[in-house]
Design a protein around this ligand. Structure first.
Ligand SMILES: NC(=O)c1ccc[n+]([C@@H]2O[C@H](COP(=O)([O-])OP(=O)(O)OC[C@H]3O[C@@H](n4cnc5c(N)ncnc54)[C@H](OP(=O)(O)O)[C@@H]3O)[C@@H](O)[C@H]2O)c1
Length: 269
């Protein structure tokens, strides 16, 4: 199975290194390319054992899966570059935010199957939560291969294409929202009179430990919370204070704003 990456930037690198780390694909079957920065390609080839090339005819002649991994605003130039060399064998996987399957098809000028994925930056540590959507003509067996590829750098959630806006809001932008919450957690800790650096270090470890508890447990978040809350204790007192605020409403506002922006960006096509 030959996989070609058009665009070898931050996200593409997270994806192909994740695929290699999890032994899903042999590095020899991965080909990477970019606009012009050959030194980057050479570096990844030396480090990971992948191939690199600027020969589009050779790259696409026998490629099974072709990642479209440029910034959205570079897609037109990418489409111009590869259009003459696309073959029936090529199944596309786009990681570009906000660019619809219909628009990709129009720009490529071919009816090849197209999948869209919406990963997040946690792909760098093999923990992306990735939204996934397929064009109607994506063959069933190839869908499973795409799912296997996506699972190599985290987990996947298949949705209708329209719902990728919601996935973008909840998990695509999710790491930044959670970082912001943790920042505020640190700031509030410092206000109790503790040393900022020590609070930050402790809260990093708190987050890592809590994440590992969630990872290792089959219990719901609610149950995990209840398990550490004794009636009349300190945790209960803090939670009572928290529940006076509309936390759900705050996140609803945050997600609605991100969904709105995602729709605005894709309407610009
Ligand atoms: N970063 C994230 O967290 C994230 C999350 C979800 C989705 N995404 C999506 O991932 C995509 C890539 O983002 P990124 O952060 O990885 O961008 P990036 O680091 O800027 O990388 C962009 C890559 O595209 C290449 N490129 C540009 N024009 C090209 C062309 N005509 N032909 C071939 N390659 C071309 C660049 O090559 P040169 O270096 O040679 O210019 C570079 O390798 C975006 O569409 C974004 O929406 C990113």
């Amino acid at each position: 199975m030959k996989i070609v990456f058009y665009g070898s930037g931050n996200m593409a690198h997270a994806i192909f290194s994740g695929i290699i780390d999890s032994n899903v694909i042999d590095p020899n079957d991965i080909y990477i390319t970019n606009r012009s920065n050959e030194a980057v390609l050479k570096g990844y080839a030396d480090e990971l054992g992948v191939n690199y090339s600027y020969d589009d005819a050779a790259l696409l002649a026998d490629a099974d899966f072709v990642f479209l991994g440029t910034k959205p605003y570079d897609f037109e130039s990418l489409a111009d570059r590869i259009r003459p060399y696309i073959t029936d064998r090529n199944k596309f996987i786009s990681i570009m935010a906000g660019i619809s399957i219909q628009y990709i098809r129009k720009e490529l000028g071919h009816d090849n199957p197209i999948a869209r994925i919406m990963p997040n930056t946690n792909a760098q540590v093999g923990h992306s939560v990735t939204g996934l959507s397929f064009s109607k003509n994506y063959p069933e067996t190839d869908r499973q291969k795409v799912v296997d590829i996506v699972n190599a750098f985290g987990s996947e959630m298949e949705v209708q294409e329209d719902a990728l806006h919601q996935v973008t809001a909840i998990t695509g932008s999710g790491p930044a929202f959670l970082y912001h919450v943790f920042e505020k957690y640190v700031d509030a800790g410092v206000r109790l009179g503790l040393d900022k650096e020590e609070v930050e270090e402790s809260i990093r470890n708190l987050i890592i430990g809590t994440g590992k508890m969630i990872e290792r447990s089959d219990l719901s978040m609610e149950q995990l919370r209840q398990n550490v809350t004794s009636k009349g204790g300190t945790t209960q007192a803090g939670l009572d204070a928290l529940s006076k605020h509309d936390i759900e409403g705050i996140f609803e506002d945050c997600f609605n704003a991100a969904v709105k922006r995602s729709k605005e960006l894709s309407n610009k096509q």
